[in-house]
Design a binder for this molecule. Sequence first.
Ligand SMILES: NC(=O)c1ccc[n+]([C@@H]2O[C@H](COP(=O)([O-])OP(=O)(O)OC[C@H]3O[C@@H](n4cnc5c(N)ncnc54)[C@H](OP(=O)(O)O)[C@@H]3O)[C@@H](O)[C@H]2O)c1
Length: 363
Amino acid sequence: MSNETNPAVTMATPGYGERLGQAVSQMQYLSEDLRAFVVGLLEVLIHLPRAVLGDTISPHSHITRLIRQTTLPKVNQGSPVAIVTGANSGCGYETAKALMQAGYHVILACRSPEAARQAMDRLAIETDLDNMEFMALDLASLESVKQFCDQFQRRGLPLHLLVNNAGIMNTPYAQTSEGFESQFGVNHIGHFVLTMLLLDILKRSAPARIINVSSVAHLSATTVDTTRLEDVGRYSRLLNYSVGKLCNILFTKELSRRLQGTDVTVNACHPGPVGTGLYRYTLGMTRMKWLTDFLLLSPLQGALTTIYLALSPEVEQVSGEYFFDMAPHYPSPAALSEKEQKFLWNYTVEKLIPHIPLAADWK
Ligand SMILES: NC(=O)c1ccc[n+]([C@@H]2O[C@H](COP(=O)([O-])OP(=O)(O)OC[C@H]3O[C@@H](n4cnc5c(N)ncnc54)[C@H](OP(=O)(O)O)[C@@H]3O)[C@@H](O)[C@H]2O)c1
């Protein structure tokens, strides 16, 4: 589905994301780290009026409209099925809630059973529904990702929506169980393996949609700088997050090409600056939760683009695109580079060889 044939995407006009990208590329006099910080700061300032005053049309109204407009995939028995990673908090929680209300059976794929149980209690109270369940998934362990997929496959369920939402940001240096730098490992590698292991089920259940939650932070990464991923001395909390989020879009674009003709779409999105636990490693923001709640968008505002991509008939045929504020936008030139998309794919596959048996269509 190319931009030429896709009416939703040909409507994309350069907006603030593009202008932000251009502004950042001109800040050559700043270090890469400082540029990444400036992107975050500008992003917060741009959205401040929405955060403080709210939206003209409330997110609830959008969600009610999307639920009314959506056509649920047809299934022989039971409900259509959605998996949301990191559904116990923030944007993932709001996404899971809207999908339950739309009629999906939602699997909350979370690393903490206790956090998932608390989220499910809240979801039950807030929706009066019980079409959800918890399945354990730790994206920092490929063994856990494999177990999750094996267990899901044994259930014989279809899969119509995979929302790769979980993420970590600005964390101190750490490694996943397999030795990947943790922001890259959780935000990209874990989701790459999860998606690839579920791909046959998605294809069999088509029409199906995959959504990769990326970030405007990808603008700060001009390339997949593998030295940052492999050399602890080059690790930067901010830039390694940016690289991981660039990977989310590069993966989306390459996967979309590989999925042509399958009726499985894949799109990426940016939620906006949202007041969630994601900021726990940023400028002591946990201690200033009142400030992030005030200055940043609500988790519901942040989840809106993901929910739009999951439910809207407008994007039924759209694949390989990057959205925010429920509209298609141009990501950075690096994200649009086919060479970079293929480089990331090959690099990922090569790094996975020692850890996981790869099917032929992964290569
Ligand atoms: N908030 C923003 O301003 C913003 C901006 C741009 C993009 N995003 C993206 O939006 C997505 C959702 O983030 P959020 O803002 O809603 O933050 P959040 O509330 O912290 O949610 C992140 C979720 O990811 C889960 N997670 C972290 N590590 C995991 C792992 N190893 N395995 C499985 N799950 C794991 C967390 O689980 P625990 O609760 O157990 O930690 C949590 O449920 C992320 O991909 C983020 O990069 C957010």
